[in-house]
Design a protein around this ligand. Sequence first.
Ligand code: DGL
Length: 271
Amino acid sequence: MDTRPIGVFDSGLGGLTAVRELQRLLPGEDIIYFGDTGRVPYGSRSRETIIKYGRQDVAFLRTFDLKAIVIACGTVSTTALDLLAAETPIPVWGVVEPAVRAAADATKNRKIGLIGTQATIRSGAYERMLAGLDPEAEVLSGACPLFVPLVENGRFQPGDLVVETVAAEYLAPFRATGVDTLILGCTHYPLLTDIIGRYMGPGVTLINTGATCARQVADILTRRDALAKPGKAGVSRYYVSDSTEGFAQLAGIFLGRDVGDHVEQVDIWRY
Ligand code: DGL
């Protein structure tokens, strides 16, 4: 048994895709979430800046006594996972490996699409891992830089003309190529599942990187006997680097629970 909380971070709302699944699978776990809403987006920034931000995010989370840290951000996972894991004395897990395994299992025609931020696509991390698992699989990849700001502004509801138009433009090459599996390589993108799913059609499996990662974390903690005390309800606390109101409102919609009293602002530059 390990009663310490799980730390989770992202540049903003995206990492809640991992939190939602963790809360569903492991309702007894305490979670400390950090969303760097004052500096989102990460995906258009240089490798050096992403590493610097990732280090500060980990340093802030390490002010709590945690059992593990989940990098619920494709950009930081693809750019800085090895480095952050090597520097941190508790386990640090990212989203790439579980998503790639899920995609390799799901595909039938071995044509896999990958969408992510510019930094994620530039890193080639998903493609490298997939080539190791299935060298015959074909990967078509592309960046969708407008998705993160749209999601952060609450524009993730089906029927929103702006986001539907942007999605159609980004996704047209993937539909044309006939991929049967699409990795949502940025954790913000699963908030657009209905829109992306409807555009791609029912024959395309969408891989939700945040949720897939959460399932792997749940498996590992269960196998290691590192879960909190059975029977106790877990508490999630949320920290953001910009004002709490906007985050609390959107997080509440996405998580389906009121988080208002559990959100605090932190000055991430201090870490
Ligand atoms: N959710 C992050 C990711 O998975 C955010 C990207 C960003 O801030 O640009 O890549």
